[in-house]
Design a binder for this molecule. Structure first.
Ligand code: ATP
Length: 301
């Protein structure tokens, strides 16, 4: 029997190594692809000057923007026009694949649009220095990871000069004070991978706090898709509304309940803006928005 088991091991081990080797090769290829993508990012346009970082909330205008990810790819945006008013809450909603995340990628200049204009504070984004442009933006991704470290480290890693007062202020604005009070060592409690696990709602608020510490003029928030309990959902709604009083917030909303109070909601479908309005205006005037609202139980049945 032992000989048979040894023989089996002898047979199986190389397969395991092969699988492992294959995975490594795949990981390697993925890394090369990512490096290529970074190398192919739009570069600095010569002669750009000016300071976008610091200062008042920024306004953004998309005018007739057309974009495809490659010459042989279908158009993702087809003459997209809408306005994000400086200081206030604008929401992007629409079915999956409508082109909402691509709006963020274009504002951050991870890609350059092929036609039309994207302007911040009335000036084409290609005319702003790239570093200055990115420094004025805060981006909170959909399911933001919490790093294995203390809560404080998680907050300040992109803003090492943050003061205690600054940290206390963002904790208050993101309704994280309760969490800090509950953690055994407060801000110095280890969270993430090997520490205290945070809920989806808490993770997103930590990511918002982290972005706010950098003082963005425009916060791009891709709302968490993970299920939030009622308390976390209402906290997120409060936080988004409050942050929008001090800076411009553009949110990709997956839950309409977060944005019913938005100043402006942009409904996207298949790479186009099909309607713009407030929640009430869209409920009355846009069938797709009504349908989205109905499926999310915001309407009486
Ligand atoms: P979701 O709500 O599912 O995130 P979305 O409205 O944000 O959807 P986008 O992510 O902007 O839509 O995608 C729009 C289209 O562009 C989709 O067809 C998608 O497959 C394609 N796409 C998105 N990112 C890339 C990319 N990096 N390279 C190629 N195609 C992409």
């Amino acid at each position: 029997l032992i000989a048979f088991l040894l023989y089996l091991f002898y047979l199986v081990a190389p397969v395991g190594q092969l699988v492992q080797g294959f995975t490594e090769v795949q990981n390697g290829l993925a890394a090369v692809r990512r490096i290529r993508e970074v190398e192919e990012l739009p570069g600095e346009v010569a002669g750009t000057t000016g300071h976008l970082a610091g200062g008042a909330p920024a306004g953004v205008v998309f005018e007739g923007v057309a974009f495809r990810y490659g010459d042989d790819r279908p158009a993702v945006h087809d003459s997209v026009s809408f306005e994000v008013a400086a200081g206030g809450l604008t929401a992007l909603v629409g079915p999956s694949g409508a082109g909402k995340s691509t709006v963020f990628a274009l504002i951050e200049r991870f890609y350059d649009h092929q036609a039309g204009t994207i302007a911040i504070d009335g000036r084409d984004i290609r005319e702003w220095p790239l570093a200055g442009l990115r420094a004025c933006l805060g981006y909170v991704e959909q399911d933001a990871p919490v790093l294995d470290g203390t809560l404080r480290e998680n907050l300040v890693f992109a803003a090492p000069d943050a003061t205690e007062t600054g940290i206390a202020r963002v904790l208050e604005r993101t309704r994280l004070e309760d969490l800090v009070a509950r953690l055994p060592e407060g801000l110095d409690t280890r969270v993430g991978h090997r520490g205290v696990m945070l809920s989806g709602g808490e993770r997103q608020r930590v990511a918002i706090a982290r972005a706010l510490l950098r003082g963005p003029r425009l916060l791009l928030l891709d709302e968490a898709t993970s299920q939030l309990d009622a308390v976390n959902e209402s906290r997120l709604r409060e936080v988004v509304a409050e942050v929008a009083k001090e800076t411009t917030v553009l949110v990709i909303a997956h839950r309409l309940s977060t944005v019913t109070g938005a100043d402006r909601i942009v409904v996207m479908e298949a790479g186009r803006v099909r309607a713009v309005g407030t929640h009430d205006e869209l409920l009355a005037g846009d069938p797709l928005y009504r349908e989205l609202a109905a499926t999310q139980f915001l309407l009486p049945t």
